[in-house]
Design a protein around this ligand. Structure first.
Ligand code: NAG
Ligand code: NAG
Length: 469
């Protein structure tokens, strides 16, 4: 079976089209020609984007303004923390600080502010060591505010039909500090409120929530920007002189795709050969209560989890290419055509029930952003590296839980734990495996360029030829 698969991959991984991926540069004259359209297009896009935000405000009763997040589970020494029922109320609003359209390189440079965003939810803490001695726990309301969020970076555009399509988001978020507020009752009448403020990177609850927050923000950003940008006709915007830009865009994305695909292909060979089409993901453990008011606690132990099938990794659309004086970047999104995640055998104990079962999830839409860099000074792939790899979207999820018969009220909770844990922890393990496979592919390519024979020379020539002069 494995042998057969390997064979298929080897055939498919025929290597680079060693001569055929030159990019088509634009002449100085044409670049000048394009530049004259830049101010108008830029102005139009900014004002249309601002209008879109104003439209959101007018239509706030009809658009989605509350986003649900999955539960977060954290362990601090012996203390388990669960944050559940999380909601982000947010009327999408990006303030344009700068948006610059680069037609020659077919990208947008963006700098948007999002202001402060607050996620509300419930917390529960339990001390594992104390449980048998003094079974106390604490719960209440929690809100986490991220101050001064901003998003900056580059959005690679594709030309599709007669539209510019903003597709590949090489963006970074930043925020100032986080404020975490809790309120809980110490007895029937006395409510305690407390607050802490932490600098970026020092609030582990905020960091854990951020993965999900970022997923929501990026999805909305993509939708809003796309709605605006696709409205512009390529042909009209460029006074019918769009042919050269189209040709250059096409040859650049062919080049980006084939550089990426051949590394991806070698990376998949590695995953199959090393037998890591399925990877193990970390377990989690939760102390839970039947009802908020009840004192009866249960324990849920997930056991080891899995993600498969890594051999179904594939590129989801055309990639973008960006070249400056020192480096060439290729970036875009990957997904697993078949993404299965779950826990084969969890165990749970509640009152007199001791149950075990399995959770199986299928994720139909995955988006993983990958950016590779190729260093110009080397004339080989020596400094090629995975510059960035991150999870962007997990959606259209089908999830099945077995074994919880008499505790059926636990099913939705367990599913939220599984998805929350996948987003904040297990995805990290998947990304690491993918990165490792890419590094292997790069290493293999490097070995080829170091051979002292005609094949080595062809390879060296190839790696020099991918850069423009
Ligand atoms: C806007 O972005 C462009 C491209 O990154 C940059 O050249 C320009 O200086 C920026 N303008 C402002 C006002 O920050
Ligand atoms: C294609 O790539 C070349 C070389 O990096 C660059 O000069 C040109 O502007 C790119 N064209 C587009 C449409 O991005």
């Amino acid at each position: 079976m494995i042998f057969k698969l390997l064979l298929v991959f080897f055939v498919y991984c025929g290597g680079f089209y060693k001569n055929g991926i030159m990019s088509q540069e634009l002449t100085g004259e044409y670049v000048e020609f394009l530049e004259q359209f830049r101010p108008v297009i830029q102005e139009n896009i900014v004002s249309a984007f601002n209008n879109e935000m104003a439209r959101n405000h007018r239509r706030k009763d009809f658009i989605k303004t509350v986003h649900n997040l999955d539960a977060i589970l954290l362990s601090l020494d012996n203390t388990k923390i669960e944050i559940s029922n999380m909601k982000l109320p947010w009327l999408p609003d990006f303030k344009v600080i700068n948006l610059s359209v680069n037609l020659c390189k077919l990208c947008l440079d963006i700098d948007f502010k999002l202001g402060d965003l607050t996620v509300h939810g419930n917390f529960e803490t339990n001390n594992m060591a104390l449980q048998k001695v003094l079974p106390v726990s604490s719960n209440g309301d929690i809100s986490i505010t991220f101050h001064d969020i901003s998003v900056t970076g580059r959005v690679g555009m594709l030309i599709q039909g007669d539209s510019f399509l903003p597709e590949n988001y090489d963006v970074e978020y930043a925020w100032g500090e986080t404020e975490l507020a809790v309120s809980y009752f110490v007895d029937k009448e006395t409510k305690v409120q407390n607050k802490i403020t932490s600098p970026t990177g020092e609030q582990i609850i905020a960091e854990a929530i951020w993965y999900q927050l970022k997923e929501i923000l990026t999805k909305v950003l993509k939708d809003q920007l796309k709605a605006v940008v696709v409205e512009y006709s390529v042909q009209e915007s460029l006074a019918d002189e769009d042919e050269k830009l189209r040709a250059s865009a096409k040859s650049n994305s062919t080049k980006a795709n084939s550089l990426f695909d051949s590394l991806l292909c070698a990376a998949k060979d590695y995953l199959v050969a090393k037998d890591i089409r399925q990877i193990e993901t970390p377990p989690f453990e939760v102390l839970y209560r039947g009802k908020l008011s009840s004192t009866e606690t249960g324990i849920f132990n997930s056991g080891p989890g899995y993600i498969r099938d890594l051999s179904t990794l594939s590129r989801l659309s055309d990639l973008s290419l960006f070249e400056d004086e020192r480096q060439l970047f290729v970036y875009g999104t990957l997904g697993l055509r078949e993404f299965k995640h779950g826990y084969e055998q969890f165990e749970t104990k509640f009152e007199d029930n001791e149950l075990s079962g399995s959770v199986k999830a299928q994720v139909y839409v995955t988006e993983i952003f990958v950016k590779l860099s190729f260093d110009k000074n080397q004339g080989s792939c020596q400094k090629t590296k995975v510059e960035k790899i991150e999870a962007r979207l997990l959606s259209d999820i089908e999830i099945d839980t077995s074994g919880l018969g008499s505790l059926s009220w636990l099913i939705p909770k367990a599913q939220s734990w599984v998805m929350g844990h996948l987003r904040s922890t297990s995805m990290g393990v998947l990304l690491k495996s993918i990165e490792e496979a890419f590094n292997y592919a790069i290493e293999e390519e490097l070995k080829k360029t170091q051979k002292n024979d005609p094949e080595g020379e062809t390879n060296r020539m190839f790696w020099r030829s991918i850069f423009s002069k």
